[in-house]
Design a protein around this ligand. Structure first.
Ligand code: N01
Length: 488
């Protein structure tokens, strides 16, 4: 088909976070011009709009958490703070003219495939149509609240880490945080010196990898701005480090890399915690890397502050004055924060998605969410996911992951544009075989060695890409078109 007779495709992107903005930019660059992003809130930025807790920063080096086509010479630190990251996305969206494509305050509630097109409806009643839908709805998006008997009687302020109430004063107050995931660790580093009493309620101890977080000097930033090749070299170096030291190590529970990680974490614990009793409380009983590895330069210092207390007794309930633990102790608090993570298996849901012949995504995913290469689902033609189910999560930069996935999707979509395919449907048998291989490999990873984490699906299998990063890059470089079928 000649360029002039190519189909003009209409795209709808769900969500204006990191991957939705990426999709809009790259679709435009590929020559598509009929694009709408639906964003349920009034601001872009996804997770970085929602998570504003004290101490928030990315937990991969910021120069990797950057679009490849939009380097940022100005990152202030190795692990840049969340506010800078949000500004980066806003700036990038403006620079590439994406904001006018976004319909803010419009939550897509239904996507129904009918006669070759997706019919969409929003909570406000807007109806729309698209040839292609890209779900860029994020992963860790639905806060998981703990069950706390008596919480309704608590006299202080109570909220989830992703719903931070900035009206609540913290300085000089008694602050309690539930959880020891990446979020709680960052909050602890930021708050344990500010509170008059800081209580960290730990259910499970965490391995902490001692990642330094140096500031970039003004001179360094100037060099990065002047000499893009220096910035490129830094990015490459950080990429290699993250892949070699973490990402490729954790996929083999018996690898030398995993042992090195464990040694570094253990040394950090032994040298970083002075009080032997506290050290034992902080010592995990599962293997390093089994939960998402926590990278922190200063958590152990923060939890050893005079006003900080690590509470390892389990929580019995909440009373007006604070949290009562099983040993009978009342931990009096003014503020209680649930840093208890997210329901990690929702993806595009609760949007109702119906594919061919009325097949309901919620039913297809009843046992667990799955997608071929985490991008495409049988019976849901021309619907693609970014950072969808079982994609890479092992301390990768999700921007890098989304870029690979998007390049893959763009190649698929080319078949619609040039008319060689009318619909892009992944063959069910191919998707099933892929998922079987993935599950088998996932069982050999360090994530599968006996801890509990948000990486595990309902069957206890790690919901992640279980192979090397280079295998991911190779697989996504070019779609295997025999995996797909057209309209029968
Ligand atoms: O959540 P989590 P998170 N009673 O699920 C505990 C990303 N992230 O928000 O281990 C008591 O990891 C739970 O205990 P246990 C990053 O990918 C990125 O911290 O299940 N405790 C655990 O300690 C990260 O992995 C950045 O026993 C309860 C904690 O709460 C992901 O987000 C920054 C409990 C939850 O940990 C999620 O991290 C921060 C209960 N009822 C986070 N329920 C970036 O830099 C749960 N817990 C991009």
């Amino acid at each position: 088909m000649s360029r002039t007779t190519r189909r003009r495709l209409r795209f709808v992107i769900l969500g204006a976070g990191m991957s939705g903005i990426l999709a809009a930019i790259r679709l435009r660059q590929a020559g598509h011009d009929d694009i709408t992003l639906y964003e349920k809130t009034d601001r872009l930025g996804g997770t970085w709009r929602e998570n504003t807790y004290p101490g928030i920063a990315c937990d991969v080096p910021a120069h990797l958490y950057t679009y490849s086509f939009e380097p940022n010479a100005g990152w202030s630190r190795m692990l840049a703070p969340g506010s800078e990251i949000l500004q980066y996305f806003e700036r990038t969206a403006d620079r590439y003219g994406i904001r006018p494509l976004i319909r803010f305050g419009e939550e897509v509630t239904a996507c129904v495939f009918d006669e070759g097109r997706w019919q969409l409806q929003t909570a406000r009643g807007t109806r729309d149509e698209a040839d292609v839908v890209i779900a860029a709805t994020g992963v860790l998006h639905h806060p998981r609240m703990p069950e706390l008997p008596g919480i309704e009687r608590f006299g202080g302020a109570y909220f989830h880490s992703a719903r931070w109430d900035h009206g609540v004063p913290l300085d000089g107050r008694r602050v309690g945080v539930i959880g020891t995931g990446s979020t709680a660790i960052q909050i602890t580093s930021a708050l344990s010196r500010r509170a008059s009493k800081y209580s960290l309620f730990q259910r499970t101890a965490q391995w902490i990898f001692p990642m330094e977080n140096p500031a970039y000097s003004t001179e360094e930033k100037q060099v990065f701005a002047r000499e893009p090749e220096r910035l490129g070299a830094l990015r490459e170096e950080l990429n290699r480090m993250m892949i070699d030291v973490i990402a490729d190590a954790v996929i083999d529970a018996e690898s030398a890399g995993v042992k090195n990680l464990a040694d570094a974490c253990l040394q950090n614990l032994e040298q970083g915690v002075r009080d032997p009793l506290l050290r034992e409380k902080l010592r995990p009983t599962y293997r390093a890397g089994c939960k998402r590895l926590i990278l922190s330069p200063d958590f152990y210092e923060a939890i050893q502050q005079p006003m900080a207390e690590l509470v390892t007794e389990s929580i019995e309930g909440v009373e007006p004055a604070g949290v009562r633990t099983r040993d009978g102790c009342l931990h009096q608090l003014d503020v209680l924060i649930a840093a208890t993570g997210f329901v990690a298996d929702r993806f595009v849901r609760p949007t109702v998605v119906r594919g061919r012949n009325g097949v309901d995504l919620d039913e297809v995913w009843a046992a667990k969410p799955a997608a071929y290469l985490s991008v495409a689902i049988p019976d849901f033609p021309n619907l693609f996911l970014l950072n969808g189910p079982n994609g890479p999560v092992g301390n990768f930069s999700l921007i890098q992951v989304a870029e690979f996935q998007l390049d893959y999707i763009l190649q698929l979509v080319e078949h619609l544009r040039d008319g060689s395919l009318r619909e892009i449907r992944v063959r069910p048998e191919v998707a099933t075989a892929y998922e079987e291989r993935r599950v088998e490999a996932a069982r050999k990873t360090i994530w599968s060695t006996g801890c509990n984490s948000w990486y595990l699906d309902a069957q206890g299998v790690p919901a992640s890409w279980p192979w090397t990063f280079s295998k991911f890059a190779q697989t996504m470089a070019r779609p295997e078109m025999t995996a797909f079928e057209d309209v029968a």
